[in-house]
Design a protein around this ligand. Structure first.
Ligand SMILES: [Mn+2]
Length: 314
């Protein structure tokens, strides 16, 4: 499949790179990094990146606005996602051929051309290795993009099945000119308003038997009209993490687009993914989520987590 991908990359004159919607830095980093590498390798080809953007990560690069007819005879490559519902800009369906490059434990409903390496903590790690093994040059712009995905998807080099490989990849990226300081300056500095918002949520969460939880109702969400959904759903998890008395923490956030409650769960050491799966979601052992109809179900989930902690302490 790898060989086929690079044959197709050589063959096509137009290559359009997609990734998942509501992008994180791994999605954007893999998409933009791949584009930088291909632009350098093939200056005569048309290489585009498309999709929704998020203010938080604008520093890493911008998207192209392209017409539908660019997809005629184009190759589409989708990074960091294998599920059609999560791809940003579904015009990839207009492309002549589609490839998926991912690291999540999902089958793909998009294409059989599905390259996946779940031992990589980030899609950026997988792509770095794929490109190097196939003789491509990773320039400094691409290296910085890939480094960004590596840092964030690994939880600042904390998680991952093959951490030694992750460090090795990071080392090579720095060798190729990645600028870690540029990434850190952008991901660690926050505005005063954001800092105050965190303080607000930090004062709101409740704790029951080692489980911390936030219930972000419509009224709460309406207090922050300028914020994107993930700024709260994922962004506010951190106010509950790294606290001795909290073993498992949950963020329940009302999504008015879906009229449902999006749940994010994190655990310091007790595996929790089976609870997420029970409610129709999934993810990683210690970091996972699901979607539930309303906040009543949240109470049941909290009770399940409490019993997991009780079992652990028994
Ligand atoms: Mn990823």
């Amino acid at each position: 499949m790898e060989k086929l991908l690079f044959e197709k990359i050589k063959e096509y004159q137009t290559i359009i790179i997609h990734r998942h919607s509501r992008p994180d830095l791994d999605a954007l980093g893999s998409q933009l990094g791949l584009a930088y590498v291909l632009k350098e390798a093939y200056p005569d080809k048309k290489i585009y990146v498309v999709g929704d953007t998020t203010k938080k990560y604008n520093f890493i690069g911008s998207m192209d606005n392209i017409n539908d007819d660019e997809y005629n005879n184009a190759l589409a490559i989708i990074c960091d996602v294998a599920v059609s519902a999560m791809v940003s800009d579904d015009r990839y369906k207009l492309a002549k051929e589609v490839f998926v490059i991912d690291h999540h434990r999902n089958a793909s409903d998009i294409t059989e051309n599905h390259l996946c390496n779940t031992s990589c903590v980030a899609c950026c790690e997988y792509l770095t290795n794929l490109l190097l093994e196939n003789g491509y040059i990773i320039n400094s712009e691409a290296a910085t993009c890939f480094y960004g995905g590596l840092v964030t998807d690994s939880g600042r080099f904390m998680y991952g099945e093959a951490l030694a490989n992750t460090f090795m990849t990071a080392s090579r990226l720095v060798e190729f000119g990645a600028n870690p300081k540029y990434i850190y300056d952008n991901i660690y500095v926050e505005t005063l308003a954001d800092s105050k918002m965190k303080a607000f949520f930090a004062n709101r969460y409740e704790i029951k038997n080692g489980v911390a939880y936030l219930k972000n109702t419509k009224e709460i969400m309406d207090m922050y009209p300028d914020k994107e959904f993930n700024d709260i759903s994922r962004g506010m998890l951190s106010v509950m993490s790294g606290i001795l008395e909290i073993s498992i923490w949950c963020n329940f956030t009302y999504d008015s687009n879906k009229d449902a409650v999006i749940c994010e769960f994190r655990s310091r050491s007790i595996p929790i993914v089976d609870v997420a799966k029970k409610y129709g979601g999934g993810g990683h052992l210690l970091a996972c989520g699901c979607t539930i109809p309303d906040f009543d179900v949240a109470g049941k989930i909290i009770d399940e987590f409490i019993s997991l902690i009780n079992k652990e302490n028994a």
